[in-house]
Ligand binder design. Structure first.
Ligand code: ADP
Ligand code: MG
Length: 214
């Protein structure tokens, strides 16, 4: 089987949302596409600047409510429902265990899976996907899950290849290429579907190796 992990940074939209998509999953109860919203806490700068929070989150119901209070008048709030919402109290571990571990499980069973982080600059995509050494995000958590699963498996062969690309202002760059001035092309073929031409890819046999690639 192949496990493909891609980290994607597209800087547009107004809010971080994370879509997780398994084309077919082993769990018939789970949706094939899930849209999850995570809101970060206000930064010190935003608090000092006197900015007000305009979002209420109802994590138990997967609902967010946006209200504009800047005018003083209470316009009717806008309400949106998602597969899940995570507020400023959410932690990396809960998010991973509840949303992404099941997705990576299905990838390890041979299904395709994608995690796509979407949102304006500064909304928390990098924090959520990469995190830090003491608060690891989705990417390091998935490395651990993948290689732990492979280490425990018997009578099964796995092939892990990693690529790392960036789509920024409609341009595709190979983050693992020595030449960062190259722009790659998006192509399509009947047998393999959509792919990025000449994207480099490295076979990885351990967490250490894939971390090194990253
Ligand atoms: P983006 O990659 O979308 O541009 P970042 O991930 O760099 O945004 O986040 C912007 C800032 O907000 C960073 O300083 C980051 O540490 C902080 N941040 C983002 N999400 C959270 C969160 N859930 N909890 C605490 N801090 C966060
Ligand atoms: Mg970022």
């Amino acid at each position: 089987m192949k496990a493909k992990l891609m980290a994607n940074s597209s800087e547009f939209g107004s809010q971080l949302s994370i879509g997780s998509n398994a084309s077919r999953t082993s769990n018939s109860k789970s949706e094939s596409v899930k849209v999850i919203v995570r809101c970060r806490p206000m930064s010190d700068k935003e608090v000092k600047g006197g900015h007000k929070q305009i979002i209420d989150m109802y994590c138990d119901r997967g609902v967010i409510q946006i209200h504009k209070s800047s005018t003083g008048e209470d316009e009717s709030p806008k309400i949106f429902t998602f597969d899940a919402v995570y507020d400023w109290n959410s932690n990396q571990t809960d998010l991973y265990e509840e949303i992404f571990r099941p997705l990576v499980d299905s990838v390890l069973e041979g299904f395709n899976g994608t995690v796509f982080a979407y949102g304006q600059t500064g909304t928390g995509k990098t924090f959520t996907m990469e995190g830090s050494a003491d608060k690891p995000g989705i990417i390091p958590n998935s490395f651990e899950q993948i290689f732990n699963c492979i280490a425990r498996s018997h009578n099964q062969q796995y092939l892990v290849r990693s690529s790392y690309l960036e789509i920024y202002q409609e341009e595709v760059r190979d983050l693992l290429s020595k030449d960062q001035s190259l722009r790659l092309e998006l192509k399509e073929r009947p047998d393999i579907g959509v792919y990025v031409k000449d994207l480099s890819s490295f076979v990885c046999k351990s967490i250490k190796e894939i971390e090194h690639v990253m």
